[in-house]
Write a protein that binds this ligand. Structure first.
Ligand code: HEM
Length: 569
């Protein structure tokens, strides 16, 4: 009653002041109503109950459930190093997948390991070919893309693109796009890959010469941050071979190329602090995250808008082309490139078409650039492997500068050069550009003999499987292209699931053959023409390599290498 009375007095005061200010023409001075003690008590009680509820929920969810009630608790796993944060401190300190190698080799298990991640969230990690096959193949559509992944990279890769579609929708999309990845079509793209590779060589050589002249007047090579060149080259290749578009990233440096810049902002490796922030943000609603100011997020959002706009323009231009040139399409070409398939007679809405392009653009350039970065890093550390590769390339592939018509076109043999093939396989094994990915059980199911409740997050780690001593023997952590003589493209290994770089099954990488050919063309052109050496510190010692895992794994601060142009090819 007192509360009510108090409230009405406050309201009367307010109206009174308003009336007076209207009459006198002054702005009203509203006195804030004084909350009654009853109201205060109510609020306090609510806050207490809410806090107690939250505390109980967190205590149960973080401290009790994972240790005593989780149906996954009997699956073997590493000992928790934190009572509330499981293995997270170890995972956070090391590159993605690194702790998993140790667990795989040291924790006795029947193909499945369970560990606790941030705030003791359950994770299962399949280690045997049989269970990997279940997750990726037999139950490929039950184990769906984890919402955490969708949330963190969905906007850049296109929410409605193939990477994030599920079930029937995914099957339709994948079937529709397959012709663009048939081996016959990819073989026809080799001259295009080669042309771009030669262009990269030319521009890099000019750049080396110009800068050398200014600095030393000598042709002794110079330090180059190599990864940005590789990103520009793979962007040009996906643009031209995939979409029939010339992005011209190789010819224009990063600063003058909006597209290269946009991707650099989104994909640049992040510090441990930002990684931790991202983990925490997974648990916060979008509206709350938007309220927290962040320069990096703002830049990423702008970059995403730029890419979105560009993909939409490509879709609309191509559609207009079909409308004006009729169904046969441009000059009657066999149009099975990515952009044509996405836009012509396609089952996609315009938004889906745009997202499909975003998927192929992002997935199709960053990964191959990361693989090439690692290739040059490994070759710079292993000069004898580099020389052997160069000898094969120079003896088999005519110099890009020669004007003579080659006796056999490159597309007939690029894919079969034995040492180039072994080096390619070994780089992909040793540094898988996508070190890990997550799936979520879409329904209650099983893995082997283990019950897996709906919502369980499954960690798939190409990094761990590709480097496990259990799988690859005691020399698993040695970079040795010759091991592929025995494995012969993975076919003579114990199982396909030993090599996980592109995953397997219906959700495996659709672009794996595209990227292999592109990788071989770029690597052959680069190693044929240039020598790559590591940059040592001032005491002549090897610098410690810090691997940053963002969407792909990359060396921290790019990869500076000592590059020298060689004569005779
Ligand atoms: C070295 C280069 C590459 C690597 C290591 C790689 C790796 C992968 C991996 C691991 C996935 C599965 C991701 C997941 O499910 O979480 C994937 C999916 C995909 N990749 Fe690649 N990729 C490479 C190059 C390419 C290229 C060149 C293209 C296109 C031209 C491409 C297009 C795609 C697409 C569309 C998907 C989604 C497939 C689906 O869900 O059905 N990738 N890639």
């Amino acid at each position: 009653m007192r509360a009510l009375l108090h409230g009405s007095i406050a309201r009367i005061n307010c109206t009174d002041q308003l009336h007076r200010s209207l009459v006198l023409g002054r702005p009203p001075k509203l006195s804030s109503p004084v909350p009654s003690p009853g109201y205060n008590n109510l609020v306090c009680t609510f806050v207490y109950i809410f806090s107690a509820g939250l505390f109980a929920k967190l205590t149960y969810g973080i401290l009790i459930y994972p240790h005593f009630f989780s149906p996954l608790r009997h699956i073997p796993g590493p000992k928790c190093i934190s009572i509330w944060n499981g293995q997270f401190p170890t995972i956070h300190r090391q590159p993605s997948g690194q702790p998993h190698i140790k667990w795989m080799d040291e924790v006795p298990n029947d193909g499945l390991i369970r560990y606790l991640a941030f705030c003791n969230a359950d994770r299962v990690f399949p280690t045997s070919p049989k269970l990997l096959q279940e997750v990726m193949h037999t139950k490929g559509y039950i184990f769906q893309k984890a919402p955490i992944v969708r949330r963190s990279i969905g906007k850049m890769f296109g929410m409605h693109g193939m990477l994030f579609s599920e079930g029937e929708q995914h099957k339709v999309q994948r079937r529709h796009m397959l012709p663009a990845f048939s081996y016959r079509h990819l073989r026809d793209l080799i001259p295009n890959f080669w042309e771009k590779s030669i262009n990269l060589n030319k521009v890099m050589e000019n750049d080396l010469r110009t800068r050398q002249d200014a600095d030393t007047q000598k042709q002794i090579g110079m330090v180059v941050e190599i990864s940005q060149w590789l990103n520009r080259a793979t962007l040009d290749i996906i643009g031209s071979a995939g979409f029939g578009y010339e992005f011209n990233c190789i010819n224009n440096n990063d600063e003058s190329n909006e597209l290269a810049q946009a991707y650099r902002k989104v994909f640049q490796p992040v510090s441990k602090g930002v990684q931790l922030q991202r983990v925490v943000f997974q648990y916060l609603p979008d509206w709350l995250i938007k309220l927290i100011p962040s320069k990096r997020r703002k830049e990423s959002a702008e970059a995403i808008e730029m890419v979105k706009g560009m993909c939409m323009r490509m879709v609309r231009e191509k559609k207009r082309e079909y409308e004006t040139e009729g169904k046969a399409g441009q000059k009657g070409l066999r149009e099975i490139d990515i952009l044509s398939l996405v836009t012509k007679d396609s089952p996609f809405t315009e938004e889906e078409m745009r997202d499909q392009l975003m998927t192929f653009l992002a997935a199709g350039h960053e990964t191959t650039a990361s693989a090439l970065t690692w290739a040059l890093f490994l070759l710079s550390q292993n000069p004898e492997i580099q020389s052997r590769l160069r000898a094969e390339i120079r003896s088999q592939i005519p110099s890009p500068t020669s004007t003579a018509t080659p006796a056999v076109p490159l597309e007939d043999y690029l894919d079969t050069l034995p040492y180039l093939r072994n080096v390619t396989n070994e780089v992909f094994r040793f540094f898988p550009p996508v070190p890990m990915t997550l799936r979520m059980a879409g329904e209650d199911t099983t893995l082997g003999r283990h019950y897996i409740p709906k919502g369980t997050i499954v960690m798939i780690s190409p990094w761990a499987i590709n480097r496990s001593k259990k799988v690859w023997g005691p020399r698993a952590d040695v970079f040795d292209p010759d091991r592929w003589e025995a494995y012969k493209e993975g076919k003579e290994g114990a199982s396909n699931y030993d090599f996980m770089t592109f995953l397997h099954g219906p959700r495996s990488c659709i672009g794996k053959d595209f990227s292999r050919l592109e990788f071989k063309a770029l690597l052959a052109a680069l190693v044929g023409k240039f020598e790559f050496n590591e940059v040592l510190d001032k005491n002549g010692r090897r610098k410690e390599l810090v691997i940053k895992s963002g969407i792909t794994s990359r060396p921290e601060n790019g990869l500076p290498l000592w590059v020298r142009s060689l004569d005779g090819w």
